[in-house]
Unconditional design. Structure first.
Ligand code: TEU
Ligand code: CA
Length: 561
């Protein structure tokens, strides 16, 4: 029995507005720029657009530091632009979800300005303030996601405030019911404008262990690990449930939580309350750490396919009865997927298509990040001055202060920096890839003459057309959406293969995950090669008695019955 929902059958397209399309030639993408491109998005087969934050913000973290939830960032436009954006999206029979960033605000939000002004004002308790300990050291040894302590001392009132991210992103105090009420009201205000849901930024960080213990720390480390005390905290379920009851349950919307270290059990638990959907799905980070060193996100390791298989199996089986998956390989915080999981040189096209095949044949709702559909690559600027991201710039500064060599640190940044995904969308081979006619806020990737939307649309063999085809195939084959997931060849180190089964429908997916050519015996009878091949990224098939010869990144999807 499947529980059909529109958001389970949707394909989502994520827009990072700053880098999408500049309509007024000031070098920054904007709302009108998005409106200009809605037909392009619709044509790809998209149902839902997820818009990264567009609210008023001093941009310490590109809009994830909000100074007013109900105003629009000047760079992007105004509320009227947003109203027409929502209208134009709905006109095209698509939906739109916004980013909900309520773990923290900007330090320029009026709540925080008031909060920091004295010890006893009515907003003091909107944020998390603590006295220093042992000679006025920070209240805990936690390390911020962007480097340094999670606590900043404020001279005015001589206390520390908590910020899990930048010091310009103070954490809200969710223990305070007034804060929660204001947030629920703000959510209702946006839903009444007609948006169709939310992507909830770091939502499993909102409840903190109120005893604020120090985190574990090895002697060679400067900071301790606070994650056990602010991830999946004691009141998290209560808050999400309350948000549902006080506002979300009144609307037919979709919600996707961004949840670090959440786990399948939580994903299940949080998917429902009293028969109503709570967090419809979550972005877990397990695939985002398969190629990273345990201690540092900046150390890139090789791809281990068996690890990837294990993660999909765990989540696909874990959420097959209850809950739902969100499928993504990249976003605005991650390197470009073809550079990371594929090969952005001689097999860029083949590997981008292989990754698309995997995403579109997995159980769960697929999320495409802007540019992925034309196989955009990492940028690898050679000069730190070209980077814009606070996390990257901090990393550079902190590591150089430790005495590390510039070249070494730059190598890490080139592979891992979030700016890899934030260079402007490549529309055509004109100046600045058609993104803007003035100087873009961040440089365009120099490969834009080779990789751009216009060229991709004109080439029937492009990554773009492959995405378009496979999206259509997914929509026409409900078994690819709701079918059960059965892994095959689980011990194979370079071929990823699985079955999707739904009532009488049966699909077989075979992906050569690497560039080595190889032969593999498929443990399922494929009667004739042309029989039911739905899609492949090569022109022909090399099949002989169930032995498949797979070329670099070759991917095939069969409909067996
Ligand atoms: O990201 C949260 C997060 O934990 C990471 O993905 C983060 O970007 C990075 O990897 C830290 O090392 C969300 C947003 O997606 C991100 O853009 C924001 O910077 C962050 O929250 C704060 O709002
Ligand atoms: Ca602009």
């Amino acid at each position: 029995m499947v529980n059909r929902r529109w958001w389970k059958e949707a394909i989502v397209y994520q827009i990072y507005p700053r880098s999408f399309n500049d309509s007024n030639q000031d070098g920054i993408g904007d709302i009108q720029g998005i409106i200009e491109k809605l037909d392009y998005i619709k044509n790809l087969g998209i149902d839902v657009i997820w818009l990264c934050p567009i609210y008023e913000s001093p941009n310490a973290d590109n809009g994830y530091d909000i100074s007013d939830y109900k105003s629009i960032m000047d760079d992007f436009g105004n509320l009227d632009d947003v109203k027409s954006l929502i209208e134009e999206i709905h006109k095209r029979d698509m939906k739109v979800i916004f980013d909900l960033v309520v773990n923290h605000t900007s330090d320029e939000h009026e709540w925080f300005i008031k909060s920091r002004s004295s010890l006893d004002n009515e907003y003091r308790d909107y944020y998390i303030w603590k006295e220093g300990k042992d000679n006025n050291k920070p209240p805990t040894n936690w390390e911020s996601f962007f480097g340094g302590s999670t606590w900043t001392f404020d001279e005015k009132t001589e206390e520390y405030y908590l910020h899990l991210f930048d010091e310009k992103q103070p954490d809200l105090n969710w223990e305070n019911k007034k804060v929660r009420n204001k947030i629920y009201k703000m959510i209702r205000w946006w839903l009444d404008k007609g948006i169709d849901g939310f992507r909830m930024d770091v939502i499993n960080m909102i409840s903190k262990d109120q005893s604020f213990p120090d985190g574990q720390k090895d002697s060679h480390e400067d900071y301790g690990d606070g994650k056990p005390y602010f991830l999946n905290g004691p009141r998290l379920y209560e808050y999400i449930k309350e948000m549902g009851e006080e506002v979300l349950f009144d609307y037919d919307i979709m919600t996707v939580g961004e949840t670090l270290n959440f786990g399948v059990e939580n994903a299940k638990k949080f998917s429902e309350f009293n028969g109503k959907e709570l967090l419809d799905m979550v972005f877990h980070f397990e695939l985002m750490s398969v190629d990273r060193d345990d201690e540092s996100k900046w150390i890139k390791e090789d791809i281990d396919l068996k690890e990837i298989k294990k993660i999909y199996k765990k989540w696909n089986h874990g959420l097959c009865e209850k809950g739902w998956n969100a499928i993504y390989l990249g976003n605005h915080d991650q390197p470009r997927i073809v550079s990371r999981f594929g090969n952005d040189k001689e097999y860029r096209i083949e590997s981008a298509k292989m990754l698309a095949t995997m995403m579109m044949t997995m159980p769960g709702t697929p999320y495409i990040y802007q540019g992925e559909e034309i196989g955009m690559t990492n940028v690898a600027f050679n000069d730190i001055g070209k980077y814009r991201d606070v996390e990257t710039i901090n990393h550079y500064r902190i590591e150089l202060n430790k005495g590390r060599a510039k070249v070494e640190v730059m190598k890490e940044i080139q592979k891992v920096s979030r700016d890899n995904a934030r260079t402007p969308m490549q529309w055509n081979d004109n100046l600045n890839a058609g993104f803007t006619q003035s100087t873009p806020w961040i440089n365009v990737n120099s490969n834009y003459k080779e990789i751009n939307v216009e060229k991709s649309i004109n080439d029937s063999d492009s990554v773009y057309h492959y995405y378009k085809n496979i999206i259509e195939i997914r929509k026409n084959n409900i078994g690819l959406i709701y079918g059960r997931y059965k892994p095959l060849l689980e011990e194979h180190e370079s071929v990823f293969s699985y079955i999707r089964e739904f009532k009488r429908e049966k699909y077989l997916v075979i992906l050569n995950f690497f560039e080595q050519e190889l032969s593999v015996e498929i443990p399922i009878n494929i009667k004739s090669k042309e029989q039911k091949l739905l899609i492949s990224n090569y022109d022909d098939i090399k099949l002989n008695n169930n032995i498949l010869n797979l070329r670099p990144y070759e991917s095939l999807v069969f409909k067996l019955s």
